[in-house]
Design a protein around this ligand. Structure first.
Ligand code: XIL
Length: 473
């Protein structure tokens, strides 16, 4: 509590200054004066609210919103090894400097990201052949050089990023393969020596809820602490999928906090299969709210960072084709329901009129909707096997469901599993099994069947779920 209260006091001094800036930039930004200011709400609760930024975009509306709404920023790429030392011994600090300068001009903290990572390494490093001793020196020199350059100006450093595989084993990066686990301790020691004031973090993805990878991170942090390695925090990236926010998030953050380290959500985004429906955006609001609330519920949670605040500056569509709409603002910098979900978690109450907010004009309200994906998995001369996934894209849970479709070319169902399927004329009716009767908002149920065909086996083009039309994919 003590450190959070102190942080809160310090932040409130800054926010007095920032409030002036907000008032000025508010005129230029689409956000209306009455809209909540996330950084003020967060600092009143003793946490920070941050965003990843692209340094070259920090002007105009993008810069205004970044400065007005967030009290921490993370360079999305500018501090990575490949950015700062593209050629061995030749440093380019311009991009990183721009982000740090912007932060200081706007009373913001900086999360330094990231010093030792298997990805986005310069080619000379990734492809170079170095003895183990040489590689260890190259790594610790890099940490020392970069941390020293920004000494006293970085609040958190992601010293080591993504050290683990999904199954909890150590990722076989160049560093691990040549140096073993001790590369982690060495990187942290070099960082501490270069800037004793920065909080030093280890950071990874798919460790947000409990599971093998998160358990492995937990053991790793225990080992590092037992060895006296100067580690202060654990970052949980929080690259999440709509409908799949881990229910164990808060408990997982708490068990790490109980090891005596800070925790933070460092790269939050919640991706949606495009195009995102109003119901999905409403669900995303609830999920941004839940993640923010989980941090607030854990005393040692320092803050939350979104990985890009606008859909126009998100890595998701590039890396996960067909998915997006993952951030709190749309591509035109308009706040989405998710933004209000964050604000409400931080204690803001609606003053009316904010699009998408409960009871306001843009509020989608309780909605129903479904999406079906139908796939023929195998087909032989007169028969086939099909798999059907039905997703509840509405905002309320279903308890019992009936999916109907009409066969376009005379097919019939002969045997089904995970649902009871009957047929009358060309119409097939699938009713849930007991174990998949409940479909939460954003959740899905799956069933399969064998069918008979002759002449053609065209997929059904229209489905209804509990009487309402479904989208198909
Ligand atoms: C991403 C950036 O956002 C992209 O611009 C870049 O092309 C790839 O890296 N985990 C991390 C971040 O720790 O550094 C990644 O950032 C996203 C996944």
């Amino acid at each position: 509590m003590g450190s959070r209260a102190a942080a809160s006091r310090a932040a409130s001094l800054i926010s007095v200054l920032a409030a002036t800036a907000v008032a000025l930039v508010g005129l230029a930004a689409p956000a209306q004066a009455a809209e909540p200011v996330l950084r003020d709400l967060a600092s009143a609760k003793g946490i920070y609210y941050g965003t990843a930024v692209t340094g070259s975009k920090l002007s105009g509306t993008y810069g205004s919103i970044t400065g007005a709404q967030f009290d921490s920023i993370t360079p999305a790429n500018e501090m990575k090894w490949g950015s700062v030392e593209p050629t061995r011994g030749t440093f380019n600090w311009a991009g990183a400097d721009r982000v740090v300068d912007f932060a200081e001009a706007n009373g913001q903290q900086v999360r330094g990201h990231t010093l030792v990572w298997h990805s986005q390494m310069p080619n000379w490093l990734a492809n170079g052949n170095f003895s183990n001793t040489e590689l260890r020196t190259i790594m610790t020199d890099h940490v020392t050089t970069e941390v020293t350059r920004y000494r006293g100006r970085i609040h958190h450093w992601d010293v080591v990023n993504e050290p683990l595989n999904e199954d909890g084993t150590m990722r076989t990066s160049k560093f691990y393969t040549q140096l073993g686990e001790s590369y982690i301790a060495d990187a942290f020691r070099a960082a501490r020596a270069a800037d004793p004031a920065a909080k030093l973090y280890i950071n990874d993805y798919n460790t947000d809820g409990t599971g093998p990878k998160s358990n492995a991170m937990y053991s790793l942090v225990q080992r590092l602490k037992a060895q006296g390695v100067p580690i202060d925090g654990v970052g949980f990236q929080g690259h999440l999928i709509l409908g799949q926010v881990p229910s164990t998030l808060r408990a997982n953050l708490q068990r790490f906090a109980d090891l005596g380290v800070e925790v933070a959500i460092t790269e939050l985004d919640i991706r949606i299969a495009l195009p995102a429906s109003d119901a999905e955006l409403a669900q995303q609001k609830a999920e941004y709210n839940a993640v923010t609330s989980a941090c607030l519920a854990v005393t040692r949670c320092a803050g939350v960072t979104v990985w890009g605040f606008t859909d126009s500056d998100s890595w998701i569509p590039d890396v996960f084709p067909g998915q997006g709409a993952a951030t709190p603002y749309d591509e035109s910098f308009r706040p989405k329901p998710a933004y209000y979900g964050i604000a409400e978690a931080l204690g803001w109450t609606d003053d009316g009129g904010d699009p998408g907010d409960p009871g306001d004009p843009g509020d989608p309200g309780p909605t129903t909707g479904c999406a079906v994906s139908y796939a023929v998995q195998s087909q032989w001369n007169t028969g086939f096997t099909a798999n059907v996934t039905v997703r509840n894209t509405g905002s309320t849970a279903l308890n019992g469901w009936t999916l109907r479709w009409t066969w376009p070319s005379g097919q019939s169902v002969t045997q089904a599993w995970n649902a009871t399927v009957t047929q009358s004329g060309a119409q097939a009716t699938a009713v849930n099994a007991a174990h998949n009767a409940a479909i939460p908002a954003g959740g899905s149920a799956n069933f399969g069947f064998n069918g008979a065909w002759s002449g053609g086996n065209t997929a059904p083009s229209a489905f209804t779920l509990n009487g309402a039309a479904c989208a198909t994919s």
